[in-house]
Design a protein around this ligand. Sequence first.
Ligand code: AHR
Length: 530
Amino acid sequence: MKHLKMTCAGLFLLLASVTLNAQGWNILRPVEWQKYDDGKARIVINADLGKETISRHIYGHFSEHLGRCIYGGYWVGENSDIPNTRGIRNDIVEALKATKIPNLRWPGGCFADEYHWMDGIGPRDQRPKMINTHWGGVTEDNSFGTHEFLDLCEQLETEPVICGNVGSGTVEEMSKWVEYVNFDGISPMADLRRQNGREEPWGVRFWGIGNETWGCGGRMTPEHYADLYRNYATYTRNYGDNRLMRICSGANATDYHWTEVMMRDVGPRMMWGLSLHYYTRSSINRRASATQFGEDEYFDILERCLAIETAIDRHIDVMDRYDPEKRVALVVDEWGAWYAVEPGTNPGFLYQQNSLRDAILAGLSLNYFNAKADRVKMANIAQTVNVLQALILTDEAKMLLTPTYHVFEMYKVHQDATLLPLDLKTADYAFGGNSIPAISASASKDENGAIHISLVNTDPNKNISVEIELRGADTKSVSGRVLTASAFNAHNTFDNPEAVKPAEFNGARLRRNVLTVDMPSKSVVVLEVK
Ligand code: AHR
């Protein structure tokens, strides 16, 4: 009798659950929902409650005159045998366009604060040379300058972000650069531009006022830089309809005091954005390799990467105090993994390989930038070609796409889409007594109503079942792609350039607005739900 009663109660609950789901009440199944330690993850996505737009500029890039990023990277010169358009490699342009690259920050980095733009215009054979003191002490012949960079941006169909020289430059020099690039009328700088072959101004909106002014950009106190910033900002003028989006050189990693002083002494009226630089480095191995590592270093790097979340939250807390309306953008204009250089390469060139671990790091970071879309309006991975966490590596005429490239290509669906709020409960990935969340997720809805969900499984040893309830949506189909490999240090080489690349994903099933996803260990998945 007792047994019969229990069976009836169970049947009633089951029927109630099915009925309510069928009626679209979107109930959660309570008992299962509470159990987060069952090795699974559960996500509720509110598909009808999106407010914020994910700025496409979160998927931006940074390219410096450093090592083989520009020379031997994008720029091969007009006489090269490598197919090029006006000296710029066609294969790189094509590959980056496929990611919908939204912006490109240039010329540095530390290089920006010793770069004098006038050395990089006019006939190439007459341009003065300089020493690139920050990066390997090599001679810079200035053959890639303002015109070449802006040609690259036009070929990429991307928006330029120019970082001006505060450390060793002058207010006049930066002011003239803006006039050269943006003024349409008759003026000394606009005339010089025409003389150098460009009639129309380029109309560049994004201007960085110095780089790492607390470090390689001048070793300044925040108070001193805040004064200088206002001075430079005043003389970088708006021409015509072009309202400059000035970016104030911001904090290193967890220097919240720097953010405080910029918000207090400069404030929303004079800056569009305040930058933040956050690199992920190993905390257990100073010579950490990009490809030769065990699970201890795998875990450590992901744990260090996730610390950006706390850093961003705390910088935002400071910004919120001065700017509750969120007028100032947080611009993470340098981020990514920083390892020891590849054996046998110039230590000043920062050339490193790129593995599946970096793809996972990129997926985690981009998911978090998306989550903070109301404040984070731009982020630039360092650096696009041949330097640090690159998307593209080249060896003479050969070119390969790294696992990080594939994440940017897969995640492009989030650009300018509406961020969908989500709740995530996940099991942990534990190693050596510490743990990080096993699953990370982000969701957005594009202008056609398609929902995209990017998921990361950090656990290198376990597949994880993820149940995703889509509330406020009427969904019919799911498709997706997955990026994974058999080893967490898998990477692409010039001999085997497609060892890590996206594949069709068949591990997601959709039933009544509930997705069940079998996330492979150490993987990144992007789903499209319609
Ligand atoms: O990306 C390499 C260097 O890292 C940049 O030049 C500098 O801004 C940062 O310290």
